[in-house]
Design a protein around this ligand. Structure first.
Ligand code: LLP
Length: 436
């Protein structure tokens, strides 16, 4: 993946930096991000739109992985941002990210979160439900401040990796149903408001998708509705946001398309509709998360204990686990790995990589083909850049790992490792008197 290589010592390198040295100097578990690969992915999306002459915003879905330095990389690469909470918004603003390129998502944004969005003057709020419309009216009127909005709709298209399902009514906690009048009602509620400026529609049909059909079908459904509102109410749609979900290759079984292909297909569909309905081509916004940072991230662990279950399997245990990567336990997600200090050796062994958390389901990889492993080896698990650190927890009071960025032989700490002090910093001593 990206700038990965093997050096003269047989060590895995990323961005020209020896991962074994990174493990030694920063400790393990450690997330290593290949910034060059993040930049390549970002440019891939942006240049596709440019080549086709379509106005666009490529918003990084920062739930995949965020921190101040990551937001700064996103800014350098001219990405916009999708944030989904006050915490992500606050971090983005702290990092100096231009507020006008921030889009705010969420199915239950609080009054305080929405106020923060107004006060920081972000570019757009993606409105999810009727309660939110009421809050937005109240806040914008109180502040006498305009806000650009998109309506999030559920088109009844749901994509899962290779196939998609279409339903008349989507059973989703997100958005206004496109097919049962909810979206029309939301349109009526916001369309002539003094401060809310409706730009267009948003949908997100799923994650880790390998085909373009679901996106095309969703685009078609949204464009039909836009055409209908144009005809009935002379609505001018300026933005169509088709969400994220572009798949990446975790293991050999995954066969994603080149990211550009998804974009080209979406554009074709929308252009065809605009021609047919005589509409102006809207800007196309997308929200890739995983496909920007997923394969740029590698987790480094130190191998500790081992256990043989005779005739069944051999376990090697590492110094992290479901606390820094919950995806295998939660989604049965699959990964590939290598022993970073023996990267040139043949993969002659098969190990199940166990985490150190007190839960038998805490296994990072089941039956991984690997180089023969000993305690003290450094294990590298690939493609952990999305939804790894961002979903990390302190289960078992395990401190969260450090995150390091590498590029062209340079490395820097992007997030410090948590300490035991950090772990207890919000704890307060018992003051309630024990009863008799
Ligand atoms: N836009 C919206 C509205 C979303 O809900 C999501 C992801 C994205 C964009 C970005 O999707 P991506 O390009 O990263 O697939 N924790 C799960 C994935 C949850 C995705 C949630 N929404 C996992 O680890 O697979």
């Amino acid at each position: 993946y990206g700038t990965q290589n093997i050096n003269e010592n047989g060590h895995l390198t990323i961005g020209g930096v020896d991962t074994v040295e990174l493990a030694n100097s920063y400790g393990t578990p450690l997330f290593v991000y290949d910034l060059e690969l993040v930049r390549t992915r970002a440019r891939g999306f942006i240049e596709t739109f440019q080549k086709l002459g379509v106005k666009a915003e490529v918003a990084y879905a920062s739930k995949a992985f965020s921190c101040v330095a990551m937001y700064q990389v996103a800014q350098e690469e001219n990405l916009s941002l999708d944030v989904v909470s006050g915490g992500e918004l606050y971090t983005a603003i702290k990092s100096g990210f231009p507020a006008e390129r921030i889009h705010f998502h969420g199915n239950n944004k609080s009054y305080a979160e929405l106020e923060l969005a107004f006060d920081t003057k972000i570019g757009c709020i993606v409105v999810d439900n009727f309660y939110e419309i009421a809050l937005l009216k109240e806040i914008s009127e109180a502040k006498q401040q305009p806000m650009r909005i998109l309506l999030r709709v559920t088109p009844g298209v749901e994509a899962h990796t290779h196939d998609f399902i279409t339903t008349g009514q989507a059973d989703s906690k997100f958005g206004f149903d496109l097919n049962n009048g909810q979206a029309d009602e939301a349109f009526q509620k916001v369309s002539d408001h003094e401060y809310l400026q409706l730009l267009g529609l948003h949908c997100h049909i799923g994650s880790q998708i390998f085909e373009t059909d679901g996106f095309s079908l969703a685009a078609e459904k949204l464009m039909q509705k836009i055409g209908e509102w144009n005809e009935k109410f002379n609505f001018q749609c300026t933005v169509l946001n088709l969400g994220g979900g572009f798949g990446i290759r975790y293991t050999e079984e995954d066969r994603p398309l080149e990211p550009q292909v998804y974009v080209e297909e979406m554009i074709k569909t929308v252009q065809a509709y605009c021609a047919q309905l005589n509409l102006t081509m809207p800007e196309i916004w997308i929200e890739p998360g995983r496909s920007l940072v997923g394969d740029a991230g590698t987790s480094l662990y130190t191998v500790g204990s081992r256990k043989t279950v005779p005739n069944i399997r051999e376990y090697i245990a590492v110094d992290g686990g479901m606390s820094d990567n919950i995806r295998p336990a939660l989604y049965d997600a699959k990964y590939e790995a290598v022993i970073a200090n023996k990267a040139n050796d043949e993969k002659v062994s098969t190990y199940t990589v166990a985490g150190k958390l007190c839960e038998s389901g805490d296994k990072l990889i089941v039956d991984a083909p690997l180089q023969s492993a000993e305690s003290g080896d450094i294990l590298a698990i690939f493609c952990t850049g999305a939804y790894g650190y961002s979903m990390a927890s302190n289960y078992n009071r395990v401190p969260r790992p450090a995150v390091v960025f590498v590029e062209s032989g340079q490395h820097q700490l992007a997030i410090k490792r948590e300490s035991y002090e950090d772990i207890v910093q919000n704890d307060l001593p018992l003051t309630i008197q024990k009863g008799e």
